[in-house]
Design a protein around this ligand. Structure first.
Ligand code: ATP
Ligand code: MG
Length: 231
């Protein structure tokens, strides 16, 4: 069998607030293969964002092993994590996280600047992506001049800028109306059909239904497709 895209073993995350320890993830096991589409659900505070931030190389676990494309990344430095994230992962945030002083076009170009892509190529790719998402006539707008659904599409275009094979999204439809949410889900479904690996946090069962595997988080432990993941 091919190397999993993601392999978590005995992953735990404990936040420390002064003398108090808050365990959030406990002994998590998870295997994700190329082309999988996972939903992640669980009550508020169950650790969905904590797990996604670790998976997305935005944060490190307290303990355990995280192999990404076969490479151990659990204990890399911030810079090393940022480098890997920029190359391999497209991350979509619930609150868009667009840079407010940059135009639509510049926001989408940004990850390509970090990746060392030349100016012409950057501009062309960003324009193409935004056109695909129906934003071809909004290239010079600032994020504040866009609707919520448009902002989220810019955020998805930005996540795709460096052609990551893995797309992670933390409640990408959480701040959207039903129609914009459906538009965004059509984009994820199309990306999945193209062969990308997708992990998507959501509160909504209708949204989770678009995925073909389902993770549930509860009390710091996960179930995958209804089964307890024990080591
Ligand atoms: N930086 C932090 N320091 C301390 N505790 C934290 C920190 N971030 C999160 N937590 C705690 O970890 C737990 C899980 O938080 P997390 O944001 O992962 O939940 P969630 O499942 O994403 O919830 P929601 O559905 O509300 O987004 C919460 O109890 C939260 O208080
Ligand atoms: Mg969250």
């Amino acid at each position: 069998m091919t190397t999993p895209v993601i392999a978590l073993q005995h992953i735990s995350k404990t936040y420390r607030l002064g003398a108090v320890e808050v365990p959030v993830l406990r002994d998590i096991q998870l295997t994700v293969r190329k082309g999988d589409f996972f939903s992640i659900m669980g009550p508020s505070g169950s650790g969905k964002s904590t797990l996604m931030n670790i998976l997305g190389c935005l944060d490190r676990p307290t303990d355990g092993s995280y192999r990404l494309d076969g490479d151990e990344v659990a204990h890399l430095t911030d810079d090393e994590l940022a480098h890997i994230r920029n190359r391999k992962i497209g991350f979509v945030f619930q609150s868009f996280n667009l840079l407010t002083k940059l135009s639509t076009l510049e926001n989408v170009e940004l990850p390509m600047i970090y990746a060392g892509v030349g100016k012409e190529q950057r501009r062309q790719r960003a324009t193409e992506l935004l056109g695909m998402f129906g934003l071809g006539n909004r290239l010079q707008h600032l994020p504040t001049e866009l609707s919520g659904g448009q902002r989220q599409r810019v955020a998805i275009a930005r996540a795709l800028a460096n052609e990551p094979s893995i797309i992670m999204a933390d409640e990408p439809t959480g701040n959207l109306d039903t129609k914009s949410g459906a538009d965004v889900m059509r984009i994820f479904t199309a990306l999945h059909r193209e062969g990308r690996t997708i992990l998507l946090v959501t509160h909504e069962p209708d949204i989770a239904a678009a995925a073909d595997s389902h993770i549930e988080l509860l009390d710091g432990r996960i179930r995958v497709n209804g089964e307890e993941m024990t080591s």
